[in-house]
Structures are given as C-alpha cells and as structure tokens.
Write a protein that binds this ligand. Structure first.
Ligand SMILES: [Zn+2]
Length: 185
C-alpha cells in the first residue's frame, strides 16, 4: 500500500465547517487534484481492517470535504465499495441539477468524521439526484445520476460545502418520524 497522508480532521466546532466555501477556479490546479486523490486514498485506507488496526484513532469514512481538512474550496472525495465495485469520486464545484420529490433516509442515521458524538435521527435527502461537477479522475465535467445510498452520501458532502452538518436536518422533537413520500434504507 502506498503511503497514506494522515489528514487532520477539523471538527464541527470549527467555523470553517459552518462556512459556504469558495468555488474552485478552473482549470483545477495540480495541488487540488493531488489533495483529492490523497483524500480518496485516506477514505479507502480508513475502511481497511489492517490499516485500522495500526491507526485505531482514524475513523472509517466514505466521504471527506475540503473544509474538513481545513481548506476553503468547493471540493470533496467519496470512496466506498458496492459489492466488488469501487465507487469513487474526486469532485470539484459539484451542484445538484435535478432532484426527485421523493426522499429517503438511512434507517440507522448518518455519521460524520467531523462529529465525534453520534446524533440519532433520520436525515431525509432526495432519493434521486443528478449531480454535476468536475471529476479529477476522469478529468472532465460529469453528471452523476445517483439513487439511494450514493445520493445520500453526495448530498451529505455537498452540505459540507455549504456549511451544513447532517444533524441540522434531524427533527429535534421527533427524530424518527417518517415523512410522506419517503422511504428508509
Ligand atoms: Zn460529514
């Protein structure tokens, strides 16, 4: 395994986690591309059992946004495995161009590398989105048509770029209430 860059993860008390981040100017710099690739490798390693044994303080994650590592720029990385398939993105200036009316939520709730204490409750997100952004792996602007889990993960990360954190969406009075036209996964 190549050497993994161990990022210092900013927590939700840091003002950068509450800021609307600045757009990345194009073309994307070599520095940002390199950072995004390192972020993907970090996420991949964080899910690896052996890596986890030798780095017990690093929590497993599937997404990481620029402000979580102290950068005020609109980009984030995603990595997880869907069966044998690797789902990975290194996205710059992402935005939703289409969304369903239907919503979905993870039945177990969401978590975040920047949030130490779990906040229980349902976080409803569009069940289907089309997200447009520049992908540094493919080196072009792409449209991602996402549904279910991937749609949730992309919206969680996009929220970070707008200074939002998953627990902002939890209904404090009734954290597990089911809303109309929605489903749980
Ligand atoms: Zn997060």
């Amino acid at each position: 395994m190549q050497k993994i860059k161990i990022f210092k993860i900013y927590d939700d008390h840091h003002p950068l986690l509450r800021k609307t981040l600045k757009p990345v100017s194009l073309p994307v710099s070599k520095e940002i591309k390199e950072t995004l690739f390192q972020m993907v490798e970090y996420l991949k390693a964080s899910q690896d059992e052996k890596f986890h044994e030798s780095h017990p303080s690093i929590r497993p994650g599937v997404g990481l946004s620029a402000n979580q590592i102290g950068i005020d720029k609109r980009f984030f990385a995603i990595y997880f495995k869907d069966g044998e398939e690797e789902i990975k993105f290194a996205l710059v200036n992402p935005r939703i161009i289409k969304n369903s009316l239907r919503k979905c939520a993870l039945s177990s709730g969401e978590g975040c590398l920047s949030v130490k204490q779990d906040h229980k409750g349902l976080v409803y997100r569009y069940s289907k989105i089309t997200l447009r952004g520049y992908d540094c792996f493919l080196e072009q602007e792409i449209d991602i048509e996402a549904e279910g889990y991937l749609s949730i993960v992309l919206q969680h990360e996009l929220d970070h770029l707008n200074g939002k954190i998953y627990y902002d969406h939890i209904d404090k009075m009734d954290p597990n209430h089911q809303i109309p036209n929605s489903y749980l996964i």
